[in-house]
Design a protein around this ligand. Structure first.
Ligand code: 5RP
Length: 221
């Protein structure tokens, strides 16, 4: 079993019958959705929403009941991956481009469990370029404003084209090198017109499950 799968399967132990569950996005969340699908096939009753079209499609394939957002109410738990986590449970997310939906879903969840392999556990955030979702309108001005916050910002490109999120927006990947003060940076980013959301998740994770190559699973609360 790979490390992502290990962390994911540990997290899925928290899901109980009757819960409303948020499904994350990415290659680690994939394993959580697989495991949830397995438990649903064995009789677990849950209601779910997904943080991306890809995760929703996967969940439906596995028979996990997907409920419309306006009918599900507040979620009990969401399980998702991250690109970086630090000691204070601050996260960088959005490597898979789903940061906006993830932040909305996870803000409406009583509990957020983050699942990572040990490569994501960092002392200081910022090695992974911070994803920022930007509306297409006049977006070069927004990109320039992002650069003024002290990063090298580039549009995300996929298959030779400007990457489009599930919401039809662009992603600017912002290389800061180190993010010493995520709280301050988040405020600056949110003040830029044209920025829809940024990949800093502060005071959101309740638990981080880290699977290590030595076989250990660390749980950080
Ligand atoms: C998607 C995310 C993912 O959780 C993050 O990119 C981690 O992905 P992976 O598990 O594939 O490493 O934030 O927007």
């Amino acid at each position: 079993m790979n490390l992502k799968q290990k962390a994911a399967e540990k997290a899925v132990e928290a899901i109980q019958d009757g819960m409303k569950v948020g499904l994350g996005t990415g290659s680690t969340a994939y394993w959580a959705i697989q495991k949830i699908g397995e438990r649903v096939a064995q009789g677990l009753h849950i209601q779910a929403v997904a943080t991306s079209q890809a995760s929703e499609d996967l969940a439906r394939e596995l028979g996990i009941p997907i409920i419309p957002f306006d009918q599900i109410g507040r979620l009990d738990v969401t399980i998702d991956g991250a690109d970086e986590v630090n000691e204070q449970l601050v996260l960088v997310k959005g490597g898979g481009g789903a940061l906006l939906r993830e932040k909305i879903v996870e803000s409406n969840s009583d509990r957020l469990i983050i699942i990572v392999d040990e490569s994501k556990d960092v002392k200081v955030l910022g090695t992974f370029p911070l994803p920022v979702e930007v509306v297409p309108f006049a977006s070069e001005w927004t990109l320039e404003a992002l650069r003024q916050t002290g990063c090298q910002a580039e549009w995300r490109i996929q298959d030779g084209e400007r990457y489009l999120t599930d919401n039809g927006n662009y992603i600017a990947d912002c290389r800061y090198g180190t993010i010493e003060n995520p709280q301050e940076l988040e405020i600056r980013l949110n003040q830029i017109p044209g920025v829809v959301e940024n990949g800093l998740f502060i005071n959101m994770a309740d638990q981080v499950i880290i699977a290590r190559a030595n076989g250990q699973i660390d749980i950080r609360n």
